[in-house]
Design a protein around this ligand. Structure first.
Ligand SMILES: Nc1ncnc2c1ncn2[C@@H]1O[C@H](COP(=O)(O)OP(=O)(O)OP(=O)(O)O)[C@@H](O)[C@H]1O
Length: 584
């Protein structure tokens, strides 16, 4: 399955945009009351603004032309009242929509983050963290800006235009048609240019994501950058990404700003038409001065919102480009779904049955079959890049086979829920990841059974699991601080914490992927003893390059060139490795 968000096909992109629109509507469905109130406020506001010019024109013809100035005061009072209503309704809709926008931003960020948590490892292999961060932070904000600042203005502008258009046509059809002609040209112009504006903004957002990915990569690898003195390399890469972002921003800016001047030009032309044609009609006795004043005001009421729409249309296109990028994540589904419960068939604890697997088109495991019995210790050996971690990842169902089945306890591993599976399988990764916090928080991560234990009780559990000596290696015990993804402690110490984390979950299968590679010989022996004292039913899968670490294995598998074969004894494994090194 293709999880690369930047390489989705055209139809995939289109379906996700529409599919996700349904999700967006669901996310704001509980805002119905606020949206209706804001809508009401905007209609009231528009109506009040639209009646103003009519009243002014009427007042001119009735009181100014006939010089009955006292009537003007009454009209002035009415107008003031209407303007105050306009002020209150405008404020109300701003407040209401601001709230809707912020809540949408909040819900949307949560929804995307939750979705990210559900996606499989393959998704994270194919996408850069920086780009994902940009989607969660930057792109959602584009949508918020549209909702909180533009949507109601958008609705208001359309209402004002519609009302003003009706007044223009109702007062004088011919003059109205002439005044509205430039608007038709604007409409055509907008329809032709909108796809270009949207795609320019999409490119700009993509480039912002790329820039963010570049920053993220160089910051998270800063030690390598400094050690290899490759600052120039990253500086150049950053400059390229920054240059691309600069260029796409300029292009998006150009596209975004094209509407405003054109709209202004057409708006001025419309006023010129009204003025010239209106004066002509007055000279012919077919129109009054008061009506012309109202007319000019309505032309302004029609074209000003249209100019505003130009800016809003740009915001809309930016929001849509952002929405496309968000929707691609929201509509992705994990390919690691749980199958319906299947019947348990008595058999080994774990079995690979004709498994084929590859990360992409290249096959890494080819027609692999083997069985692991309960309570035994297995070693996976083989050359670098031979497929040991891949085999272990399939045991932990980080990926599903392309063909064939992995059976856990007699059932297809896909029929277990994620909770059940992670309870049964403990995996100590080659590069253990620790969260910022304390050792306690890290070893209790995902451990429902022990999470509420006090430090004293937890220490007891650690002692009875024979891991007291490991904990004693840390000065502050369970409260030892782990900062910034574990950078404050050594790699070996990280492996010890990851070891405690996995063992405390009492898994049925414990996978150790190079779990002792960075630990001194004395501590390694200590871990060996702890492993020996694990419950008899625990099956261990040990991946190690140092053959002495697998001396205690009941059975050894040699993993290479897509195959997993029994190696027989340690000597056989050694022989196979040496042979493989000589032939390669
Ligand atoms: N996420 C991935 N995406 C694409 N290819 C991958 C990925 N992870 C591993 N591979 C490829 O799969 C092959 C097997 O890798 P794997 O990590 O399973 O080997 P290994 O035997 O565990 O190696 P090592 O002893 O170095 O840990 C390698 O060719 C590697 O390049």
């Amino acid at each position: 399955m293709n999880y690369d968000l930047n390489k989705l096909s055209e139809p995939e992109q289109k379906t996700s945009t529409y599919k996700a629109l349904g999700k967006l509507l669901k996310l704001i469905s509980h805002e119905q009351k606020n949206l209706s109130l804001a809508f009401l406020a905007i209609i009231l506001n528009t109506s009040v603004n639209l009646f103003g010019p009519f009243l002014i024109g009427h007042a001119i013809d009735k009181y100014v032309v006939t010089k009955q100035f006292h009537g003007l005061l009454v009209f002035g009072g009415i107008l003031l009242g209407m303007y105050l209503i306009g002020l209150v309704t405008s404020y109300q809709q701003t407040i209401l929509m601001g709230g809707v926008g912020q809540r949408l931003l909040f819900t949307l960020r949560n929804a995307i983050f939750n979705k990210l948590q559900q996606l499989p490892v393959a998704f994270f292999n194919q996408n850069k963290a920086g780009d994902l961060i940009s989607r969660v932070n930057n792109d959602t904000d584009k949508l918020n800006q549209f909702f909180s600042q533009s949507l109601m203005q958008f609705v208001g502008s359309i209402f004002t235009m519609l009302g003003a258009g009706i007044f223009l046509l109702a007062i004088n059809v011919r003059l109205g048609a002439a005044a509205l002609l430039p608007a038709v040209l604007i409409l055509v112009f907008t329809m032709v240019l909108s796809p270009w504006v949207k795609s320019s903004n999409a490119k700009n957002l993509k480039s912002t994501g790329g820039l963010s990915a570049e920053i993220q990569e160089s910051l998270s690898n800063f030690k390598v950058v400094i050690a290899f003195n490759r600052r120039d390399y990253f500086r150049k890469r950053f400059q390229l990404a920054n240059l691309d972002n600069y260029q796409t921003s300029i292009r998006a800016g150009l596209a975004n700003n094209i509407f405003m001047p054109v709209y202004t030009l057409f708006s001025n032309i419309a006023q010129l038409i009204v003025l010239t044609y209106g004066i002509y009609l007055i000279s012919m006795g077919e129109f009054t001065i008061g009506l012309l004043v109202s007319y000019l005001a309505y032309a302004v009421h029609f074209y000003n919102p249209l100019r505003q729409l130009a800016a809003l249309w740009t915001n809309f296109q930016v929001a849509m480009a952002g929405w496309d990028r968000i929707s691609h994540i929201l509509t992705l589904e994990t390919n690691l779904t749980a199958l319906p419960e299947t019947e348990t068939v008595a058999g080994p604890l774990l079995e690979f049955r004709n498994v084929h697997f590859g990360y992409d088109t290249k096959e890494i495991l080819h027609h692999v079959s083997f069985k692991l019995e309960r309570g035994k210790t297995y070693a996976l050996v083989g050359p670098t890049g031979g497929g040991k971690t891949t085999t272990a990842s399939l045991i932990a169902r980080l990926y599903d086979p392309k063909e064939g089945t992995v059976l856990l306890d007699g059932k297809d591993i896909r029929s277990y829920s994620a909770e059940e599976r992670s309870q049964k399988i403990g995996f100590i990764l080659q590069e253990p990841f620790l969260f910022s916090g304390t050792i306690r928080e890290n070893i209790l991560y995902g451990n429902e059974q022990l999470k509420d234990h006090s430090n004293e009780k937890l220490e007891q559990v650690i002692l009875s699991a024979n891991m007291g000596e490991i904990l004693a290696l840390f000065d502050d015990g369970l409260d030892t601080k782990v900062t910034s993804a574990g950078d404050s402690i050594s790699l070996g110490q990280k492996q010890l914490i990851a070891f405690m984390r996995a063992v405390l979950r009492s898994p049925e299968v414990l996978i150790l992927d190079e779990a002792t590679a960075n630990i001194d010989t004395v501590t390694e022996k200590l871990l060996g003893n702890i492993l020996k004292q694990l419950p008899d039913s625990t099956t261990q899968v040990i991946i190690a390059h140092r053959l002495n670490t697998i001396e205690s294995a009941d059975e050894i598998f040699f993993v290479n060139s897509g195959e997993v074969n029994r190696a027989g004894s340690l000597d056989d494994a050694m022989h196979m490795l040496l042979k493989d090194n000589r032939t390669s």
